[in-house]
Design a protein around this ligand. Structure first.
Ligand code: ZN
Length: 162
C-alpha cells in the first residue's frame, strides 16, 4: 500500500471514529433518512438553509460502516456555508469521481477553482470496490433528497443507481 493511500485511510478512520457534526439538528429546514440495505448503513441528514439558500448548519445522525460514516462526516464539513447550488455541484462531482467518471488528477493538478472536491478526493479509491460505492454515496444521496424535500430514501429503489 502506498504512503498516500495509508494517509487516506487514516483520514477516513479518523472521521469514522470521531464524526464531525454528528447528532440531531433542531429545528431544521430540510431532513431526510437514507438507508443502504446492502451494508446496513442508516444515515439521517439535517440541514438549515437560510433565506438565500445558504447552508447555515448541517448535521448527520445514524449508524453504519466506516466508509459511510466518514463520507457523511466529511460531507458536512464540505457543505457547511455553501449555497444549495454549490452543494449540488459538489454532490454531482463526488458521484462522478466515485464511479471513475471524473479525473481527479486533472483536478488536483489544476490551480483553477474548478476543484470543488478538495479533501473529498480521498474517496476516489472507492471506485475499485464496487460494493462500497453505495456506502460512500449514501450521505450524499440523502442530502440531495433532503434538499428536494423527500423524507426517506433507499439505495435499492428508483433512481439511485450509484
Ligand atoms: Zn457501508
Amino acid at each position: 500500500m502506498s504512503k498516500l493511500s495509508q494517509l487516506y485511510q487514516q483520514v477516513i478512520l479518523d472521521h469514522s471514529r470521531k464524526p464531525r457534526n454528528f447528532g440531531k439538528l433542531e429545528p431544521y429546514t430540510h431532513s431526510c433518512e437514507g438507508y443502504n440495505p446492502l451494508c446496513g448503513d442508516q444515515i439521517t441528514i439535517y440541514l438549515n438553509l437560510d433565506e438565500n439558500d445558504i447552508v447555515r448548519e448541517i448535521k448527520f445522525d445514524g449508524v453504519g460502516c466506516t466508509i459511510s460514516q466518514a463520507s457523511a462526516s466529511m460531507m458536512t464539513q464540505a457543505l457547511d456555508g455553501k449555497t444549495k447550488e454549490e452543494a449540488l455541484k459538489i454532490f454531482h462531482e463526488f458521484q462522478q469521481m466515485i464511479v471513475g467518471e471524473l479525473d481527479i488528477n486533472d483536478q488536483t493538478n489544476s490551480l483553477s477553482s474548478s476543484n470543488s472536491l478538495g479533501k473529498l478526493t480521498i474517496f476516489s479509491g472507492v471506485k475499485e470496490y464496487p460494493s462500497r460505492v453505495k456506502c460512500a454515496t449514501l450521505a450524499w444521496h440523502t442530502m440531495n433528497s433532503a434538499l428536494e424535500s423527500k423524507n426517506k430514501i433507499s439505495t435499492e429503489k428508483e433512481d439511485l443507481i450509484n
